[in-house]
Ligand binder design. Structure first.
Ligand code: FAD
Length: 358
C-alpha cells in the first residue's frame, strides 16, 4: 500500500493546480491520472485561451498543460500515470490499476479532480460507427493525429460544438453544418463568429432524428423543432456526412464519490449530479475535496482556481491553520468571484447556492 499526505485523482488543470499548491505549502502529494500525459482536456486544446494574463490568456491549452506539468515535475510531486483509480474502499483507501498491476493507495486527504464525461444523444441509428462525442474527435485529431472522417455534422453549438468544427476545418475536414435545438447559438460569440466567417451553416431550432448508412455513417436527417422541441413534420432535411459529432454538454464524473459515500445532489446548473461541497471545496466527508468540472461544468480557468482552493484547504485540514494557505484561498476566491460575475457564469453561482445544508 502506497501512503501519502494528499492524493489527487485526475491530472487536468484542476488537479495539477491542487497538487502544486499543496506541495508548495509543504505536503507530500501524489497525482494519479489515466492519461500518458498530464493536462486533462488541455492536451487537446490547440486554440489560444482568453480571459486574463493570470489565467494564461493568449496561451494555447496544450502549452498551459506543459507549463503546469513542468511545475509538477520541478516540485517533485509524485505522479502515477497512466493509471486508473478504479474504486474507493471501506478502509478509505483507493484501488489503482496500472497496466496489469492493481495496488492500493491510502492518503490522509483526497482531492478528486476527475473532470467530466460527454453527454450522448439517442436517435435512429445513433450506434452506427461514425457517431462520436465531439471531445473524442478532438482527442483523436489533436492528440493522436487521426482525422476520423471527411465531412462532419455537429450537434450542439456550445463552446465545444463551435471549437471542434473550427479545428476540423483547420485540419482540412469539411463541416456540413452545426445543428442546435435552441433558437440561438450556445457558445461564446468569439467562437461563433469564426464559424460564421468560415461559412459553416448553423441550423437553429433543429435537431437530428436519424443517422443513415450501411456500415458507417453516410448521411443524417435533421428536422426543425417547435417551441416544445418536438420535430415538425415535413421539415426533415438530409445532410451528407460521414461523421456526426455530439456536443450537447458534459456531466461531472462522480462515480468514485458515490463509492466514497459523499453526498451527491442533482443540480442542473452545475451539470447534473455533483458532489455536495462547501466554499473550501470540502465534500460531506471532511477528508475528501473536489474541484474543476467534477464540481461544476465550467472552464479551465475556474477549474484551476478551484484546484488552488482545494489544495490549500486540504493542506490546512492536516496542518492546522496556516497563513500561507489562507492567502492562497483568499486570492483564488476573489478571482473566482470576478470571473463568475460574467453573465455566462450566473448559472454556476445560483447552482452552488442550491446545496442542501448539513
Ligand atoms: C472539447 C473541449 C474543449 C474545451 N475548450 C475549452 C476552452 O477553450 N477554454 C476553457 O477554458 N475551457 C475549455 N474546455 C473546458 C475545460 O477543458 C475544462 O473545464 C477543464 O479541463 C476541466 O478541468 P478538470 O481538471 O476539472 O478536468 P479534466 O481536464 O477533464 O481532467 C480530468 C483528468 O482526470 C482523469 N481521470 C478521470 N477519472 C480518472 C480515474 N478514475 N483515474 C485516473 N484519472 C482519471 C482524466 O483522464 C483527466 O486527465 C473544453 C472542454 C472540452 C471537453
Amino acid at each position: 500500500m502506497i501512503q501519502t499526505d494528499i492524493c489527487v485523482i485526475g491530472g487536468g488543470p484542476a488537479g495539477l493546480q491542487a497538487a502544486i499548491v499543496a506541495r508548495e505549502l509543504g505536503a507530500r502529494v501524489l497525482i494519479i491520472d489515466d492519461n500518458p500525459v498530464l493536462g486533462g482536456q488541455l492536451i487537446k486544446q490547440t486554440h489560444k485561451f482568453f480571459g486574463s494574463k493570470k489565467h494564461y490568456c493568449g496561451i494555447r491549452g496544450i502549452d498551459i498543460a506543459r507549463i503546469l506539468s513542468h511545475k509538477v515535475e520541478e516540485m517533485a510531486v509524485e505522479t502515477i500515470n497512466p493509471a486508473t483509480v478504479i474504486g474507493y474502499y471501506d478502509d478509505d483507501s483507493i484501488g489503482v490499476l496500472k497496466h496489469d498491476s492493481l495496488f492500493n493507495v491510502k492518503a490522509k486527504r483526497y482531492i478528486f479532480a476527475t473532470g467530466a464525461t460527454e453527454n450522448m444523444l439517442t436517435f435512429e441509428n445513433s450506434d452506427l460507427p461514425g457517431v462520436y462525442g465531439a471531445g473524442a474527435v478532438q482527442t483523436l485529431m489533436n492528440v493522436y493525429g487521426v482525422i476520423p472522417g471527411k465531412k462532419a455534422l455537429v450537434i450542439g453549438s456550445g463552446n465545444i460544438g463551435l471549437i471542434v468544427p473550427y479545428q476540423l476545418l483547420q485540419a482540412g475536414v469539411e463541416v456540413a453544418g452545426i445543428v442546435e435545438i435552441l433558437d440561438r447559438v450556445g457558445g461564446y460569440y468569439v467562437h461563433a463568429a469564426k464559424i460564421k466567417r468560415a461559412g459553416v451553416p448553423v441550423y437553429l431550432s433543429h435537431t437530428i432524428i436519424e443517422a443513415q448508412g450501411k456500415e458507417t455513417v453516410e448521411s443524417a436527417f435533421i428536422t426543425r423543432v417547435d417551441e416544445n422541441f418536438k420535430p415538425i413534420k415535413g421539415t426533415e432535411k438530409r445532410i451528407e456526412c460521414d461523421m456526426i459529432l455530439i456536443a450537447i454538454g458534459l456531466s461531472p464524473l462522480c462515480d468514485l464519490l458515490y463509492q466514497a459515500g459523499c453526498q451527491i445532489q442533482y443540480i442542473p446548473e452545475l451539470g447534473g449530479n455533483v458532489p455536495v461541497h462547501n466554499e473550501d471545496m470540502m465534500t460531506s466527508r471532511p477528508h475528501i475535496f473536489v474541484c474543476g468540472d467534477l464540481a461544476s461544468i465550467e472552464e479551465a480557468s475556474t477549474a484551476m482556481l478551484e484546484g488552488r482552493i482545494a489544495g490549500a484547504s486540504a493542506f490546512q485540514t492536516i496542518s492546522g491553520e496556516n497563513s500561507n494557505a489562507q492567502a492562497v484561498i483568499k486570492d483564488a476566491k476573489s478571482e473566482l468571484s470576478i470571473i463568475r460575475k460574467s453573465p455566462f457564469e450566473q448559472r454556476i453561482i445560483s447552482g452552488k447556492k442550491k446545496f442542501k445544508k448539513g
